[in-house]
Design a protein around this ligand. Structure first.
Ligand SMILES: Cc1cc2nc3c(=O)[nH]c(=O)nc-3n(C[C@H](O)[C@H](O)[C@H](O)COP(=O)(O)O)c2cc1C
Length: 328
């Protein structure tokens, strides 16, 4: 599969953009476990233009983290164009437009999945960006606004005609938010549309190697994208790729590996964002790193309450030393 000058020999297993999760330190960890492509967290076009620190920090790239897409969102054509040009100057491999975010404060302004209620504007913004930048432009979106308006088959065609070079489809509507099951049959309909020739990447509810393989085989997508299953569990990429190659499942990581990766993650976050912010942002990941560990709750509470790196590392030492036959 090919997106611009980026070539993948096998259907790529991509890390989804996840706000407040997929920053550079976490993306680098996922790469180490085999993520083939990644995206920045979504970046508000208006914030980028204002030079807001939160937005510019999200554009921090690293050569070990390639190919990489910078994802932008917004509702205004001119701001989106300016933001795309600023993103291009940071030298990613592609620019991705978010037309899928379901969050109220985003859709109420007409951005993200809000654009699914104004397809002409979605297409106009896409065309403007495609014409403004020389990098490949891709789009990530959903099936439609709600159950009654699953417009993805025609929307994908129109986006292709507007010049995008790949589309990622999260197989839910905006109304579903993250509830219910992702309905991949709609991704299959896009893929089976004889007019479509750009790569179609499937997203939604991929949580294991067998599920990934089934989606690739059943719907013929060109690549797959993993979101929530990667949070605090970068091993998912190694597990999926191992299964795709061998048809057998890898054993899950043991406690020592989980502690080691969690510690590394904390250290890199601190280097990048400073101790205070890193400690706050890491809080949402501990329950994922140690998911399934019996009697973990008291430790989770202590990890979340810890306010220095030293306390966190001491706690991780304590966790690593636990006798834990059940948690291999
Ligand atoms: C915490 C969180 C943050 C997200 N942030 C973004 C984002 O910045 N950009 C985006 O396109 N999608 C975002 N998404 C959607 C995911 O990329 C993905 O489409 C969705 O979670 C479905 O995939 P999954 O079932 O593998 O998680 C986010 C989802 C979650 C749960």
């Amino acid at each position: 599969m090919q997106i611009g000058s980026v070539t993948f020999e096998q259907p790529p297993v991509m890390l989804a953009p996840l706000e407040d999760i997929t920053d550079l330190p976490f993306r680098l960890i996922c790469r180490a476990y085999g993520a083939d492509m990644a995206f920045t967290e979504f970046i508000a076009s208006e914030g980028l233009i204002r030079n807001a620190q939160k937005s510019t920090l999200k554009m921090d790239l690293h050569n070990d983290d390639r190919p990489i897409g910078i994802q932008i969102f917004g509702h205004d054509c001119e701001s989106m164009k300016q933001a795309a040009l600023m993103a291009e100057a940071a030298k990613p491999d592609l620019i991705d437009i978010n037309f899928g975010c379901p969050v109220k404060k985003v859709v109420n302004k007409g951005a993200g999945a809000g654009m699914l209620r104004d397809i002409p504007k979605m297409i106009a913004i896409t065309k403007t960006i495609v014409q403004a930048v020389s990098l490949p432009v891709t789009v990530k979106t959903r099936l439609g606004w709600d159950e009654q308006s699953k417009s993805i088959v025609t929307v994908a065609e129109q986006l292709q005609d507007a010049g995008i070079q790949a589309i990622t489809i999260h197989a839910r509507t905006r109304s579903q938010m993250y509830r219910g099951e992702a309905d991949w049959s709609w991704i299959g309909k896009v893929k089976n549309n004889p007019r479509m020739h750009i790569p179609v990447i499937g997203n939604g509810d991929i949580t294991s190697g067998p599920i990934a393989k089934n989606m690739l085989l059943t719907y013929g997508v060109d690549g797959i994208m993993v979101g929530r299953a990667a949070i605090g569990y970068p091993w998912i990429f190694a597990e999926i790729k191992h299964y795709l190659h061998s048809g057998t499942e890898l054993p899950p990581p043991n406690l020592a590996e989980r502690v080691a990766v969690c510690r590394k993650h904390i250290m890199h976050e601190i280097q990048r964002k400073g101790e205070r912010l890193a400690i706050i942002e890491m809080r949402k990941t501990y329950s994922h790193y140690f998911k399934g560990k019996p009697h973990f709750k008291p430790f989770r509470i202590r990890l979340v309450e810890a306010d220095t790196a030293q306390t966190l590392y001491a706690l991780l030492d304590e966790i690593a030393a636990l006798p834990d036959p059940e948690f291999n």
